[in-house]
Design a protein around this ligand. Structure first.
Ligand code: MCN
Length: 799
């Protein structure tokens, strides 16, 4: 038998990538038998409770903590003044313009409060109950000032100020002008020459990330070393920032993100409570714990979205788009947080969507108001952009009396045009919008739905049917360092991984990405199993502890697979290369004569002369049987920093029934076809799409953070803030197309935010399609029955 025949008869090992593996981590996450931060109990641990401002804007004129200090179990009460010298300012790491105004943000307010829920003192007690009871005993006097709550009023001349010491409520004014940047034509000229201009004002309501596990922090001091456990998405970033803010040296601070029960961007943050916990532990030399209540979470964890968008689109009568102008007011809330200024600015590069047109200008003002700060929420900037372009495309279609799909088709980038550099300067890597759209149309049964819609209209059925389309792309895989660096100061985008063969043949993977529900342990195991040819079960993935995975940039922006997973793959390839050297040495063959398949090195043409990678690991460790000059370990590190983002895309279609008598809107069918490149685990990808859809649909139909005229959050519990359950959501018909991403060794594109980004405009477009013939041209989100009814019966957007 020749070597070629020999190889031909060897069955190719079954690939792990592409298998719908159930997640290894699920049993412990679902049963709760795991290391949630609040499950931790340390000997002598003290408990913190935070005294919070009941006023939205005011001067603190006095704080009396004496009664609280005397309360049973209370060890200490600290005010902002007590920690003024050591608390620094909560960091903002994304200054989007050189002259951006940052008022600074003390963890505990010192002289003034700027939103309801802001910390004004902290109680340290022997038990959680004692700490919470003492909160009531702190007496704070406020000189109440008028609160700034409306962005359009906040930018008017002579407006009341959120921060008295600032000149205005504007933090920054960011402009991207395609004409000036050289990526497009002159926008004003394009509008002056246009045959048709459509203008709209869209409101992106304020949302709350509403993760399942509330935030929690535990800090253990050991001499001048500290270990801080937090339910965070970003242990590595948190460690650097806490070191900078508190002066605890970075090498003396270990940050651990144990299992984390969801984040959705809401735990991409350095919180006042993390800083306070560290300060208290340092001051008292005792372990401390803080865990928020659900109402504290809704009231004080950062919120998301909250934009007013003024969008103009220019076109000719045939439907060729000529230009887009976007003016955005983005509510920062009272303070700038970790990446809050950058969230709307990320959108600047996405408002053009999947379309090619010559002229584009984006302007955004970051506005201060006396509300809780906003920051990243699933999609961060890209859902807002996608909503604007996909809504205005529908409005343009109405104006031109064109089918909305035909209008999209006329303007979208064609498959043969990839890679395509957009008018916003992004190079879209790959895709095929036509094929994804065709598949989605078939999946939902578009033609039958349109026929039913006609029937219902003709018969004046009280229940009308609408069909809404949203075609989208997003820039995700947040990296590349050079591009991110040009948008901010010092933000890296790389990710790090180590892969180690242990002596017994098992494998340890250390990842800088830190999952909070995304199933990385499963997916990374699949990646490594294929590369090393070891069983999936023999691979352990470690993450989320700066002492175990010292290098990393954590999880957000659907970056973990395409950046962190890519680092894992590259480290695994290096491991194979090392093992190959040892195999050649032991088998007394040339490296070039070795085949590697199914975890075994075999000498080509010499049947039986083979070694498994596990045998090599043991040989290297125990027998020191490896070539001269090599180190006695089969392990490797890799850092991956891609040159470009990845650009998943898809077409989402929603069919919506609207009861014109009650205003009740109900999704009848929802179909989507997403292209996320190579799919590592189809089950995880489908789960991510489902979860993303739930959140995008929630924005369209259910969720809104509402403040009253005094700046109190009136949606401060899950009774008032309507997070939909499975019962409120339809069945989802999902499918994929696969265009491998050229920019990473897996060929993958991110999926973690896709469903959220794409779905919101599809739902709103569907609702409007149902009732437009009845004179409704806009309905404000969320599409509550009351809003829909008002839009139908009283005009306007129902808001
Ligand atoms: N995946 C895959 N094939 C692909 C793309 C991804 O198998 N082509 C898998 C990955 O291996 C990973 C998961 O899908 O297991 C998500 O991968 P990725 O798109 O890289 O996103 P991240 O892991 O970086 O997760 C971040 C993203 C964001 S930004 C938010 S917000 C979000 C989300 O993920 N928050 C979540 N999904 C969440 N899911 C849960 N359960 N909880 C959250 O808080």
């Amino acid at each position: 038998m020749t070597a070629v025949e020999d190889r031909a008869t060897t069955e190719a090992p079954e690939r792990e990538v592409g298998k719908a593996r159930r997640r290894k981590e699920d049993a412990r996450l679902i049963t709760g038998r795991t290391t949630w931060t609040d499950n931790m109990v340390l000997p002598g641990m003290l408990h913190l409770a935070v005294v919070r401002s009941p006023v939205a804007h005011g001067k603190i004129t006095g704080i009396d903590v004496s009664a609280a200090q005397e309360a049973p179990g209370v060890i200490a009460v600290l005010t902002g003044r007590d920690v003024a010298d050591e608390q620094g300012s909560i960091p903002c790491a994304w200054p989007v313009t050189p002259d951006m105004v940052n008022p600074g943000h003390p963890s505990i307010a010192v002289d003034e409060v700027n939103h309801v829920g802001e910390a004004v003192a902290v109680i340290v007690a022997r038990s959680k109950a004692a700490a919470q009871d003492a909160v009531e005993l702190v007496d704070v006097d406020y000189d109440v000032l008028p609160a700034v709550l409306d962005m359009e009023e906040a930018v008017a001349d002579g407006a009341q100020l959120t921060h008295d010491h600032l000149e205005s409520n504007r933090s920054y004014h960011f402009v991207f002008d395609g004409g000036e940047a050289g990526t497009g034509a002159d926008t004003d000229q394009a509008f002056a020459d246009a045959e048709v201009v459509v203008s709209r004002r869209f409101v992106q309501q304020r949302l709350i990330p509403a993760f399942m596990e509330p935030r929690s922090v535990v800090v253990q001091p050991q001499g001048d070393n500290y270990t801080l456990w937090s339910s965070t998405q970003v242990p590595h970033i948190l460690r650097i920032m806490l070191a900078m803010v508190t002066g605890v040296p970075e090498h003396k601070l270990r940050v651990v993100a144990p299992d984390v029960g969801g984040g959705f961007g809401g735990k991409l943050q350095v919180t006042p409570e993390e800083v306070i916990s560290l300060l208290v532990a340092r001051r008292l030399g005792k372990p401390v714990k803080w865990t928020e209540t659900r109402s504290e979470s809704l009231m004080t964890a950062h919120h998301g979205r909250d934009q007013i968008q003024y969008i103009d689109i220019a076109a000719d009568r045939e439907g060729n788009v000529k230009g887009l102008r976007c003016r955005i007011l983005a509510d920062m809330g009272a303070y700038l947080r970790l990446v809050s200024p950058g969230v709307p600015v990320l959108g600047a590069f996405m408002f053009n969507g999947i379309y090619k047109f010559p002229a584009y200008r984006f302007e955004c003002d970051g506005i201060f108001t006396n509300k809780v700060p906003t920051d990243a929420y699933r999609g961060a900037g890209r859902p807002e952009a996608t909503f604007a372009i996909e809504r205005i495309m529908d409005e343009l279609a109405v104006e031109l009396d064109m089918d909305p799909l035909e209008l999209r088709r006329k303007n979208w980038i064609r498959a043969e045009e990839f890679p395509f550099t957009s008018v916003a300067g992004m190079t879209y890597d790959s895709g095929d919008y036509e094929t994804a759209t065709q598949k989605a149309l078939e999946l939902i049964g578009y033609d039958e739905l349109r026929a039913e819609q006609r029937r219902r209209r003709e018969s004046n059925d009280p229940v009308q049917l609408g069909i809404g389309v949203s075609t989208f792309t997003e820039m995700c895989g947040l990296a590349p360092s050079r591009v991110l660096g040009s948008l901010s100061y010092g933000a890296g985008g790389w990710e790090h991984a180590s892969v180690r063969m242990l002596p017994t043949g098992k494998v340890e993977v250390v990842s800088g990405a830190t999952p909070h529900g995304q199933g990385h342990e499963t997916a990374w195991s699949q990646l490594v199993a294929d590369r090393l040819g070891v069983p999936f079960e023999d691979i352990e993935v470690l993450h989320g502890d700066t002492a175990v995975s010292p290098r990393g940039l954590d999880t957000y922006g659907s970056r973990s697979l395409v950046v962190g997973g890519a680092a894992v793959v590259n480290a695994a390839e290096k491991v194979v290369a090392k093992a190959r050297r040892v195999a050649a040495h032991v088998l007394e063959a040339s490296e070039d004569d070795l085949d590697f398949s199914g975890g075994k090195f075999s000498v080509r043409g010499t049947p039986g002369s083979e070694l498994s990678i596990q045998e090599i690991a043991l040989a290297t460790f125990a027998a020191h049987n490896f070539p001269e000059g090599m180190e006695p370990s089969i392990d490797a590190d890799a850092t991956f920093d891609p040159e470009n983002f990845s650009f998943p895309h898809g077409t989402h279609i929603c069919a919506m029934e609207v009861d014109t008598e009650t205003g009740m809107a109900k999704i009848r069918k929802y179909a989507c076809v997403d292209d996320v490149g190579t799919i590592v685990n189809p089950l995880i990808v489908e789960g991510q799409i489902h979860g993303g859809l739930a959140q995008g649909i929630a924005q369209a139909m259910f969720e809104e953070a509402v403040y009253d005229a005094d700046g109190n959050l009136t949606t401060g519990s899950f009774v008032d803030y309507l997070v939909p359950s499975a019962a409120d959501l339809p069945h989802f018909d999902t499918d994929n197309t696969v265009h491998e991403a050229p920019g990473n060794p897996i060929g993958a594109k991110g999926v973690g935010e896709a469903g959220t980004i794409a779905s919101t405009p599809a739902v709103v477009n569907a609702a409007l399609d149902a009732v437009r013939h009845l004179g409704v041209s806009d309905i404000r989100m969320p599409l509550t029955p009351e809003r829909v009814w008002r839009a139908l019966h009283q005009g306007g957007d129902g808001g």
